[in-house]
Design a protein around this ligand. Structure first.
Ligand code: UDP
Ligand code: MG
Length: 323
């Protein structure tokens, strides 16, 4: 049974977000105030901003705010770790009954948090924020993102279509999630893996309020690859299939060569027929080795069991800071 008046934690990873933060404070406080007034959440609710090693004024803005506002907590990581790990750090720090994760740039519409809490009160342990459309994305981003979800599905990875990292989780889901020890984090996949009753809140994704996207193409591609290799071994199996296919082709070619040699007086076809398969097989082998290497690298980073983050400083209103 869901807690009737639970405490709520909102976790916001921030990396060089000085332009949006003042507005983010206003919007999130508005949401929290409304929830408090409606007695949907209790007074021990908090908003946690995780500074992911920003190089601009993000931390000083957060620190200042956390000193003034008792509902705001600033957490500073020791260095930049990337969105997923920053979010993970924030999630692990919370102790509240329900936790909502949302980006700092206000693209996901904080007003949807209330709806998510309603879903929780009606018995959902996980509420996924799902983009109803991608009008504000460029054609390229929309095309690649949607293609990616389809590809993941084909590879047997269970993802919620068009859901990123805007979601609500109950304490029991969060605790279950924390028992997943993997170093390579792909949160939207892991939460799905955890299970428990879930529901969906649809929303229209807006333009970034200010500042620039912190996910350039290179980061996006590596994140996409991370998702595939963390959750699917289909690429490894594909190598085996490729091996079978090329062996089959080799047998056919062999039969052809032997046929010419035994049954005709024609000279052997020239160097192209030797060189081309040679180059082809060579490059396929290298590619396969590369895919194997990717999984090996994943095992390498997993067995080291390195901590995913370190907290340098926490700022709250009453207790002051702790190093
Ligand atoms: N972010 C982070 N660390 C990083 C990169 C991004 O904490 O290394 C945060 C960023 O501040 C934002 C969220 O992750 O709150 C999503 O980033 P962004 O909005 O740039 O991604 P996009 O919406 O363009 O995919
Ligand atoms: Mg964004």
């Amino acid at each position: 049974m869901p807690n009737r008046c639970p405490s709520l934690a909102i976790v916001v990873p921030c990396y060089n977000e000085q332009e949006v933060l003042p507005q983010t404070f206003v919007e999130l406080r508005k949401v929290l105030d409304k929830l408090l007034e409606g007695n949907k959440v209790n007074q021990s609710s908090r908003i946690y901003f995780v500074d992911d090693g920003s190089k601009d004024a993000t931390w000083s803005i957060l620190e200042e705010k956390a000193k003034q506002d008792e509902y705001v907590v600033g957490i500073k990581l020791s260095r930049n770790r990337g969105h997923q790990k920053a979010l993970y750090a924030g999630l692990c720090y919370t102790t509240e009954d329900i936790v909502v994760s949302i980006d700092a740039d206000l693209q996901d519409g904080p007003e949807n948090i209330e709806l998510m809490v309603d879903h929780y009160l009606n018995g959902s342990d996980v509420v996924y924020g799902v983009r109803s459309e991608r009008k504000t994305d460029t054609f390229f981003k929309r095309f690649t993102a949607e293609g990616y979800y389809h590809l993941m599905k084909k590879m047997g990875v269970d993802l919620v279509f068009n859901h990123a990292d805007f979601r609500l989780m109950s304490r029991r889901v969060l605790e279950a999630f924390k028992s997943y020890p993997e170093a390579n984090l792909f949160l939207r996949g892991i939460i799905r893996e955890v299970g428990f009753p879930s529901s969906i809140v649809e929303y229209e994704r807006k333009e970034r309020f200010a500042g620039e996207s912190k996910y350039p193409l290179k980061k996006m591609l590596s994140f996409a690859w991370e998702g595939i290799t963390s959750f699917s071994t289909v690429p490894l199996r594909a190598i085996t299939v490729l091996g079978f296919l090329s062996s089959f082709l080799s047998v056919l070619t062999l039969a052809w060569v032997l046929g010419i040699r035994v049954f005709t007086d024609e000279a052997m076809p020239g160097w192209a027929s030797i060189l081309l398969p040679l180059l082809f097989i060579g490059s396929v082998q290298l590619l396969c080795l590369g895919v194997l290497g990717e999984y090996l690298a994943k095992i390498y980073s997993e067995v080291k069991r390195r901590p995913k983050f370190h907290i340098q400083k926490v700022q709250r209103r009453c207790e002051g800071s702790s190093e």
